[in-house]
Design a protein around this ligand. Structure first.
Ligand SMILES: NC(=O)NCCC[C@H](N)C(=O)O
Length: 298
């Protein structure tokens, strides 16, 4: 049996492995358009998506192609999965035909089942529980501008229970930074470790923070809670006041899509869009390095 690497959770990688990926991502970013690396030469990677996607789909499709492979997009609605075929059978069949699988779905259990039965590397491209590729890339983006994240104070503002916040909470322990979650009580982080603190005080969360981070209030799959969430989260946003509390050189990140004047004020978004778009672009470079790592080339 070959040993396979998967990336289903931030917990599937050590800090040392993440640092190997960051170094490669930096190199690939610098060499893009000049020199190509064929880490996925003659491989076909399937992207199986049950939820909408812009950045994740784009960055993975381009990443696979630029590494010399073929990307095959599969809308789960078009597969027999949507008519009740089991994940076990689907995973076995995919595993006989493609070399790797990138999945966006609801239940974390599904990505785990694909990893169990597929016999090919599986990457979590977002579930209700985690968005590990986003957060891995965000840490790279932070360090690209500000150096090591270790010991820094990071403020997550908004839904502390969402996938992105949960991956941040796991990353806090792995990389050794403190994560302050500014969220309504009901949305405090379910992740318990010594590096995660929850608060309903913006002052406590944002004071001297090196990064203010936010995500949508209404994650995919939560649309029926829209009215309730818009009311509950209305103060949990990045605005001029929150930013005035943060460190003078604080970064502002948003994983996007952004809903201006909800989780982030329009004026802060407009002022900071350059760093937010660079954050989005880095998904491509980091995921190229992640793919190289997952197939054992770095
Ligand atoms: N950049 C992204 O991949 N964004 C995904 C949106 C995350 C949000 N928490 C959601 O689940 O809808």
């Amino acid at each position: 049996m070959k040993t396979l690497r998967h990336f289903l959770s931030i917990n599937d990688m050590s800090e040392e492995e993440a640092r190997v990926i960051f170094k490669k991502a930096e190199e690939l970013k610098a060499k893009r358009g000049k020199e190509q690396q064929s880490y996925l030469g003659s491989q076909t990677w399937a992207l199986l998506f049950k939820k909408p996607s812009t950045r994740t789909r784009l960055s993975f499709e381009v990443a696979v192609r630029e590494l010399g492979g073929e990307a095959l997009f599969l809308n789960s609605q078009d597969l027999q999965l949507s008519r009740g075929e089991s994940i076990e059978d689907t995973a076995h069949v995919l595993g006989r035909m493609v070399h790797g699988l990138i999945i966006r779905t609801y239940d974390q259990k599904e990505v785990e089942l694909f990893a169990t039965y597929g016999n090919i590397p599986v990457i979590n491209a977002l579930t209700d529980d985690e968005h590990p590729c986003q957060v891995l890339s965000d840490i790279f983006s932070f360090e690209e501008k500000r150096g090591s994240i270790k010991g820094k104070k990071i403020a997550f503002i908004g839904d502390g229970c969402c996938n992105v916040a949960k991956s941040w909470a796991l990353a806090a322990e792995k990389f050794g930074f403190s994560l302050w979650i500014y969220s309504p009580l009901e949305y405090f982080s379910p992740v318990k470790n010594a590096f995660v603190k929850n608060t309903t005080s913006v002052e406590e969360a944002a004071q001297n923070a090196a990064l203010l981070y936010t995500d949508v209030w209404i994650s995919m799959g939560k649309e029926e809670e829209k009215n309730k969430r818009q009311k509950l989260f209305s103060q949990y946003r990045i605005d001029r006041y929150a930013l005035s509390l943060a460190s003078k050189d604080a970064l502002v990140f948003h994983c996007l899509p952004a809903y201006r004047d909800q989780e982030i004020s329009s004026e802060i978004f407009d002022e900071r869009k350059e760093e937010i778009y660079t954050q989005a672009e880095n998904r491509l470079h980091v995921q190229k390095a992640l793919l190289a790592w997952i197939v054992g080339k770095i």
